[in-house]
Ligand binder design. Sequence first.
Ligand code: FES
Ligand SMILES: [Fe+2]
Length: 409
Amino acid sequence: MLLSRTICNPFAQLDAGIVATGRQTMSDIFSPERYAETRRPIEHATPLPREVYFSQEWYDREVETIFLKKWLIATREEEIPNPGDYVRIDIIDEPLIILRDGDGEIRALSASCRHRGSELLVGTGNCKKITCPYHAWTYALDGRLLATPSMQDADGFDKSLHELPSVRAETWGGFVFINFDPEATPLLASLGGLVDRLSSYHMEDMVVTKKWENRFNANWKIWVENSREGYHVRTVHRESLDTFYPGAVRTAFKADGEPMVYAINSSDNENGLYVPRNHTLPFVEGLSPEDNETTHFIIAYPHLLLNVPPDRITFHQYFPEGPEWTRITSWCCFPKTTVDRPDFETEVEDKYYPSMDLFLAEDKGVCEIVHRGLRGRLAGVSRYSPSEERTVHEFSNYVLDHVIGPVDS
Ligand code: FES
Ligand SMILES: [Fe+2]
């Protein structure tokens, strides 16, 4: 069913069965015709309808077709530098242990004991073996079941058949990604030309210096959409950026990339998005003149949201928790050579981190008001700005391609 452009009575949408919420699902929510307006070229396209932000049915399909199929960021390599180092992380309700085994290989193991399911580890740490806190079944760092006290009378019990399940773990640029799909394209191939485009930043030589944890009352797509445009900067970030660039005229981001693989939205540093304005920490050596003067806002679909000014990276690791909540860990990494400077701690605490505190709070706030606004039964969406929201439109179509299938299928 195509949406009528001429509905005068807003409650007619209810009568037409167009509205759905988490409590109210629709039989045709996966009908391709329903999204025909979003599929059009951006000059004519309509944003995604409100129900895809609230429907549990739609969310479940996103998990199945996107999050259980694609490469997802789990951690950074430097978080687990030594054999036995681990981090416990929940990704789409799956408890995982990301660890470095005795051979230095990074693995992503289930954190659920094969006896009666207890969570095996919490937090971060180092271990030589993984021993269950419940009845002390013990596993090797490669997941093999080594010891099972008092199981000698269990007829036919074979330890070798009960190792911890694992999912794929691969690395690039110091990032550790996992993938639940054993058939998925290898990580590097899935990143396309982004690997070469960012090689001069030497992200593999950067280290984590700060993390921010947030939980937003907003659908995960609202966070991604907000990250894809500079349209909101002149309003949402007006006060914070004006403290660094008073009166700056902020222009639209330039867009580059490979469709449905990655997008780079770029802004001149003097456009007001590089902070602090008069940097005191060094830029990465060997960048092109363009990269030296530019901050890039990157998405590698679907999970890597990476901001790259010339001196560091920040990335936002988002984890949907149902259709209405999103947990977000934001990470800041600097080159190790910068971190080793005697003035590093003072400089970042005084000049760099406070701006990130501000931007994160402003973006969190705006995502939550969008979510609340879309909740209303009278809520509706109209059109994109072609000059400002090209990558938002592409992202919307990425979601549609996966949840309801490509246009030409
Ligand atoms: S649940 Fe782990 S040993 Fe029993
Ligand atoms: Fe923002």
